[in-house]
Write a protein that binds this ligand. Structure first.
Ligand code: ADP
Length: 693
């Protein structure tokens, strides 16, 4: 038992030792934790003290309780000095109300934090811009204890911002001044240019030797080119200086596209480049917007596309989509199979005065303004413009605009299946895939059943196999067998099948018509216009069908008009594309006209030389058509002045009266139709021939 108790004693001692050790360890730990805690409190203090931004605690009434070094530096007071003040005392009086209102909202528990920019008054009296962020600490009884404020000195940033704003304002003012200067200059240059153009026009009407004729024509075409460049610059500077307003009038999308295509059709036909266009089915046909500017964009893109495409095709397509606000977004694409644009040059494209390659400038000409103008115009129509391109394969320029769809009755040629066309079988022969696709879509849309083949051989194969057709549409330009040869081959097999010829190029078309009128029931110019195709098809299939063996050659009475009735014409129109449209129509009628860009120029031109008829736009800058007409009527009597015919987009009743009241003789409405134009020219031109009185 002694041994046992000895053993127990030993155990007790061991335990005591263990307890002692544990006690020591706990004490050590407590000591360390305490040290750590006070160290971390110290660390926190010194963090706040040394923080780069100002930090402070404030009593609910705004007195400073504690402020770190950074804050003292910002305001120029020592901490001891600050503690005798409240924040109101060093806040700029103009910023106090806003700050106090935040404080009130915070004390009312409405907001948890706030941030504001305000100004402190430095001890030396200067103002300091600061960014203030504040939060509020509450005690456990729900009483506000103190605010924690962080204060950042932003004077430097403010100064930079102000300097930047100033620089920007100066730059903007300089740009505006430059644009206004450009606008004024180009306007000044236009006036003598128009004289040069007008006078060479007169010279061309006199007896000249072949050589002289050639010289004068060069002068005339060079001055036309120069005028185009000046007009571009004028347009661009108008946009830049914010002086361009957009119209909002209902217009027809297909007509707008067709007019744009017409302007490049001759160039394209010369190069044998196919032109086509396609509107996706659900695209509204009538919209409200600025038709002139949409057409201007299209003409720009189309002339570039034709210019940079040595072979292949240029195709316009349009799709639309309804936006959440009820407007429609129209996305246009102008695709070509031309030389393409290198990837690293694309970003420069839409900058003013920039061309992809200055060496191409010499080869192709141009100012490098077209795309810049077009893109700005898109942006003015809440849209954008961009491009995709592969060198050697071609480019597609896209643009998107927002516009409202006009609620007009649907066109006759859209989504109807007229009985005359329904179930008719048509053979389409065209070596261009896009055209085959478009013709197939269109004819099927009218309930016809169509088969499209890419060559004369395949067309003949279809007929040999015994396929029965009611009509064949033949393209004129085809690589292996052209449309005429094919037509003759078809006639050998089938004397009855009506044939329709598709051909690009106005002149070619006319020659073909004269030479081969008996082969074809109808001719259709390319690019294909759905409304025209529809009419031609109806004519072929309507009851009193013209027998295909004795067709009437397509003969436009207006073709010779200029030869039979010579007229000296002036077109007063400010918009470049509208000018071109008018000039081209007149050209088709056999006339060459001079151009004035506003009322002043028109009067100056009439003072310089005599005209028989003035086609006068009503809305023009500087001096509009009405005022110009009044001035002309004051200055010249009835027998000495030209007849004045208004061209106006406002097809309202009152406008006609306003034009006539101003002294105009007649009126045609825009978009101008060639028939209207030839009608008024004939009507007033014949009056000139009639003996006076
Ligand atoms: P420009 O009046 O010189 O044609 P643009 O702004 O219309 O001015 O075009 C700028 C340049 O962009 C052109 O000179 C040409 O280098 C390039 N470019 C425009 N369209 C095409 C295109 N469809 N294919 C290839 N290059 C093009």
């Amino acid at each position: 038992s002694c041994l046992q108790s000895q053993h127990e004693m030993g155990q007790i001692a061991e335990r005591q030792a263990q307890v002692e050790a544990m006690k020591a360890s706990v004490e050590q730990q407590v000591f360390e934790r305490t040290l750590e805690l006070s160290e971390s409190e110290e660390r926190f203090r010194s963090t706040v003290e040394n923080s780069a931004i100002g930090v402070a605690l404030l009593a609910p009434d705004g007195r400073w309780l504690q402020a770190n070094r950074a804050l003292c530096e910002i305001v120029g007071y020592s901490e001891a000095e600050l503690l005798k003040l409240n924040f109101q005392a060093i806040t700029h009086p103009e910023d106090l109300e806003a700050d106090l209102s935040y404080v009130q909202q915070m004390l009312a528990g409405e907001i948890r934090t706030y941030q504001m920019e305000k100004r402190y008054i430095h001890k030396n009296g200067h103002l300091v811009d600061i960014l203030l962020s504040v939060s509020l600490v509450w005690d456990k009884f729900g009483q506000p204890m103190y605010f924690i404020a962080q204060i950042q000195d932003i004077s430097e940033r403010k100064r930079t911002e102000e300097a930047l704003a100033q620089t920007r304002d100066q730059a903007l003012a300089a740009t505006r001044a430059k644009s206004e200067f450009l606008a004024n200059m180009s306007h000044e240059i236009r006036t003598p240019m128009n004289a040069v153009i007008g006078m060479t026009g007169l010279l061309l009407d006199t007896k000249l030797s072949a050589e002289q004729q050639d010289f004068v024509e060069t002068v005339r075409s060079s001055s036309d080119a120069l005028l185009t460049i000046i007009n571009d610059i004028l347009d661009f500077s108008k946009i830049e200086s914010g002086k361009l307003d957009l119209e909002t009038q209902p217009f027809s999308l297909p007509e707008c596209i067709e007019e744009a295509l017409d302007l490049v059709a001759v160039k394209a036909a010369e190069k044998n480049v196919e032109l086509a266009y396609l509107l996706e089915d659900e695209t509204p046909r009538d919209l409200i917007g600025d038709v002139t500017r949409v057409r201007q964009i299209l003409v720009n893109l189309l002339s570039n596309a034709v210019k940079f495409t040595p072979r292949g095709e240029v195709v316009v397509s349009v799709r639309s989509q309804v936006e959440p606000n009820g407007q429609s977004a129209f996305q246009f694409a102008v695709r070509d199979t031309g030389i393409g644009i290198p990837q690293d040059r694309m970003d420069r494209l839409f900058h003013s005065f920039s061309q992809v390659d200055s060496s191409t400038t010499r080869q192709y000409g141009g100012t490098g303004l077209g795309l810049a103008i077009s893109k700005r115009l898109c942006e003015m129509m809440s849209g954008t413009m961009w491009v995709e391109s592969v060198v050697g394969q071609g480019s597609t320029f896209y643009f998107k605009i927002l516009a409202e769809a006009a609620s007009t009755p649907p066109r006759r040629y859209l989504n109807v299946t007229p009985a005359e066309l329904s179930q008719k079988r048509v053979l389409i022969v065209d070596d261009n895939a896009t055209n085959r696709q478009i013709l197939t879509l269109q004819t099927r849309g009218w309930g016809m059943s169509s088969i499209a083949v890419p060559s004369g051989e395949e067309a003949l194969a279809q007929l040999r196999q015994g396929e029965i057709f009611d009509l064949a549409l033949l393209d004129y330009h085809m690589a292996e067998m052209d449309g005429i040869t094919l037509a003759k081959e078809i006639r050998k097999m089938n004397a009855e099948l009506p044939l329709m010829m598709l051909s690009s190029g106005f002149l070619t078309n006319r020659r073909v018509t004269e030479l081969h009128g008996e082969l074809f029931a109808k001719f259709l110019p390319k690019p294909i216009k759905p409304s025209l195709l529809f009419d031609r098809l109806l004519e072929i299939f309507s009851e009193n069908q013209v027998p295909p063996t004795a067709p009437l050659p397509v003969r436009r009475p207006e073709d010779q008009m200029g030869e039979n009735l010579s007229l000296r014409l002036l077109v007063a129109e400010d918009n470049l594309v509208n000018q071109k449209v008018a000039l081209r129509m007149l050209q088709k009628l056999g006339y060459r006209a001079d151009v004035a860009a506003n009322g002043y120029e028109a009067i100056a031109a009439i003072r310089r030389q005599s005209y028989d008829i003035v086609l006068m736009d009503v809305h023009m800058p500087e001096m509009d058509g009405l005022e110009a007409t009044r001035k002309i009527c004051q200055r010249w009597n009835e027998h000495d002045r030209p007849y004045i015919i208004a061209m106006t987009a406002n097809a309202m009743q009152g406008d006609r009266e306003a034009c006539l009241a101003a002294g105009m003789n007649d009126y045609i409405s825009k978009p101008i139709k060639i028939e209207d134009l030839s009608r008024v020219l004939e009507k007033w031109g014949l009056k000139l021939l009639a003996p006076a009185g």
